[in-house]
Design a protein around this ligand. Structure first.
Ligand code: SAH
Ligand code: SF4
Length: 373
């Protein structure tokens, strides 16, 4: 699936002309809308500040704008948030929102509080066209790309819910953003890029590129661009050390096999020892968790500034893999550590609300399935 053809096929629906959503427009696009109303360009900057720094959704509250201008804005535009269909909080504090967009499509967004940070896990597509065998999202058939508005509004909605506007406050709970929710972000590159540029803008949401990580299953043709244009941290879902195994569990490997993928990682812009690529490795019993696999992994990554995240496999209804035993996981981690590879075992979070890695899937789709049976 080439980027452009894919983007057209799975495009999000366009906005209705009479109430255009201002969220998700780039600075340039916002300026064009405002100057088209006959207003000076600096008004767009003020508006940007209200929308992204203060988090205001009502034009009436934008007190630095003239009343007449506010009224005109309200005639033509909205500052829209998605509907929250479900809001679940796990015993461990992880929180998951099921969001519904204007056309009824739904995605999940997850907030994971930790001692030293708070991470928001953001979705890029409804479902995923890639069918990694261990991933719940990959079993969901309905797929379309999210628009820039739908991506950025996940962050804005979470900020509303956690009561942490304006962006300038020092005690922000969401310190990190990971593009690790539903979907393959590099199959929706343009929209993800527009949204992340908005998220990184220092006069708006102001989350630094150092605090943003994009996870890909290995869409080789878009990776270099992601590093060059966005400069965000890269995480690669590796999950296997040879093509034979990876072909079986991640069909994308047939298109972009390990050798090509790892070369693209070597070339990823901005990588150095202080800024490593994260390789995600889901621990699947009897599939990829042997000591030989661990030794092969050290060899594969030896000339890449890398760290490995070992993810215990999270089961979901109907999944047929098993998670490796604790012993196997720790033995695997020790071999990597002895080989000078940092390899923390990622704590499973939010499992009781199906919010852990690979468990996301929109409720509507689950319901439809159960209605059928
Ligand atoms: N599509 C992107 C980003 C979303 S998935 C990607 O694949 O990288 C986020 C991470 O969760 C990926 O590393 C994915 O491989 C992992 N994952 C998927 N299913 C999982 C499961 N059942 N248990 C643990 N991790 C899983
Ligand atoms: Fe898609 Fe990532 Fe899940 Fe694979 S692991 S099916 S790429 S969301």
């Amino acid at each position: 699936m080439a980027g452009t053809a894919h983007a057209e096929l799975f495009a999000p629906p366009s906005d209705s002309a009479d109430t255009k959503n201002l969220v998700g427009l780039s600075r340039e696009e916002l300026e064009a809308e405002i100057t088209a109303l006959g207003e000076p360009a600096f008004r767009a900057r003020q508006l940007w500040h209200w929308i992204y720094s203060k988090g205001v959704t009502e034009f009436a509250e934008m007190s630095s704008l003239s009343k007449a201008f506010r009224a005109r804005l309200a005639e033509h535009f909205v500052v829209r948030r998605p509907d929250v269909v479900q809001d679940l909080i796990s015993a461990d504090g992880t929180r998951k929102w099921l969001l519904r967009f204007a056309d009824g499509q739904e995605v999940e967004t997850v907030y994971i509080p930790e001692e030293d940070r708070g991470t928001l896990c953001v979705s890029s597509q409804v479902g995923c066209t890639l069918t990694c065998k261990f991933c719940h999202t990959g079993t969901q058939r309905l797929v379309r790309n999210l628009s820039p508005a739908e991506i950025i509004s996940q962050i804005m909605l979470a900020r509303d819910a956690l009561d942490e506007w304006p962006s300038t406050r020092l005690d922000r709970k969401i310190t990190n953003v990971v593009m690790m929710g539903m979907g393959e972000p590099l199959y929706n590159y343009e929209n993800v890029a527009t949204a992340l540029k908005i998220a990184m803008d220092g006069e708006g949401i102001a989350i630094s590129k150092r605090k943003i990580t994009l996870s890909t299953s290995g869409v080789v043709p878009e990776m270099e661009r992601c590093g060059r244009e966005l400069g965000v941290n890269l995480a690669v879902s590796l999950h296997a050390v040879d093509d034979e195994t990876r072909d079986k569990i991640m069909p994308i490997n047939k298109k972009y096999p390990l050798k090509e993928l790892l070369q693209t990682c070597r070339d990823y812009p901005g990588t150095n020892n202080a800024r490593r690529i994260t390789f995600e490795y889901v621990m699947l019993k009897g599939v990829n968790d042997s000591p030989e696999d661990a030794r092969a992994l050290i060899k594969l990554l030896k000339d890449i500034p890398a760290k490995v995240n070992l993810i215990p496999f999270n089961p979901w209804p109907g999944s047929f893999f098993e998670c490796s035993s604790n012993n196997a996981i720790h033995r695997f981690a020790k071999i990597l550590n002895d080989g000078q590879l940092s390899a923390p075992v990622r704590a499973t979070r939010g499992e009781d609300i199906l919010a852990a890695c690979g468990q996301l899937k929109s409720e509507s789709e689950r319901k439809r399935k159960s209605e059928r049976t």
